[in-house]
Ligand binder design. Sequence first.
Ligand code: FDA
Length: 398
Amino acid sequence: MKGPSVAARYDVIVLGAGAAGMMCAIRAGQRGRSVLVLDHAGAPGEKIRISGGGRCNFTNVNAGPKNFLSANPHFAKSALARFTPQDFIALVERHGIAWHEKTLGQLFCDDSAKDIIRMLTDEMRAAGAQLRLRTEIGDIEQTSGSYRIGTSEGVFETSSLVVATGGKSIPKMGATGFAYRIAEQFGLPVVETRPGLVPLTLDPQLLQRLAPLSGIAAPAEIRHGKTAFREALLFTHRGLSGPAILQISSYWREGEDITVVIEPDVDIFALLKKAKQVSGRQSAQTALAEILPKRLAQHLVESEGISGNMADQSDRHLQRLAAAVQSWAVKPSGSEGYRTAEVTLGGIDTACLDSRTMQAKTIPGLFFIGECVDVTGWLGGYNFQWAWASGHVAGEAA
Ligand code: FDA
């Protein structure tokens, strides 16, 4: 690490030019603080760019504390109440960015996620916040009331250091887990981290049996304990994916079962019984294919060993077939891990942070925001809302 003998001084230094870091820099700059944002990447907001299939699901109008996982479910309340989805929508509209609601309160850009990045960098510029990219961050030292940050571009000093370097997901995009190391350096506890919003894998034998289903999607409810999500299920060549699986993956732990209910709004048993009455000469496979994708219907009928016409089927047979569709208990062998996980669960223990400011309770001037904190949202724009809200409240205080 190189650097001048005299460190450049800023009121606020933000590590990480992602969603949370840029939001924090904007608010601190608007308050008249001198702000520097440092990032090792070549461009700001890389995860914003790839989010929501390139259209960025930038918030969810229904976002509330119930949509987040944390060892302390109350922690997120303060920030979420002080910077709401409506506040972010107002910002998006001020910048003339067209958006639409897709489903379940999820808001997306009409054109491109790049509009959101441009909006944030324009706001940072207007607030006087400086951005330095391609900057490797080295040692951080705390000296009386100040932090000295050694970087590949020199030494910087600040009284408010905001850590916004995200989690461990998608290491190929520069995710490093750096925030956890800083927490460790300052003796702050970290709740065990694990991949969240991630496809689940199946053991090789089951995978082989399900191989013909790869690529099939169906409406489903996926249950784990008292938690259930109703969205699409997707069979893949590695296991199970689709929004319903990503959602439940954040609650699932290795060794546990999940229950898959395909077409949860349909009473499959009743439907099969009716088919038996009105079209007894139909095969079970054809009857089921009226509701399910053909390949899925074929697989289920074959794996339940059911043959013959509907008229030949006893109620017990039909019940077994209905159960195969609507109460399939499956034990995933694992997850695809950080390689494809959208988020990192766990992180900086909220017990050591002030929920109003995101400042470490015992270390004045040190803040943690965004994904590195032990607050993780559901799929559907909640994680960005947490990044905006936690960034905003830290920017008010730093
Ligand atoms: P984020 O990861 O955005 O930013 C961290 C920054 O710190 C990066 O710029 C990184 O380069 C930098 N950094 C890391 N380590 C560093 C180091 N050692 N030195 C210097 N800089 C360092 N959420 C949502 O609400 N809606 C959506 O549509 C999506 N879609 C989506 C798709 C995909 C593929 C992924 C992987 C994730 C999503 N998400 C999402 C989740 C969302 O992207 C995520 O929750 C936020 O980006 C978190 O914002 P942060 O600012 O905390 O971290």
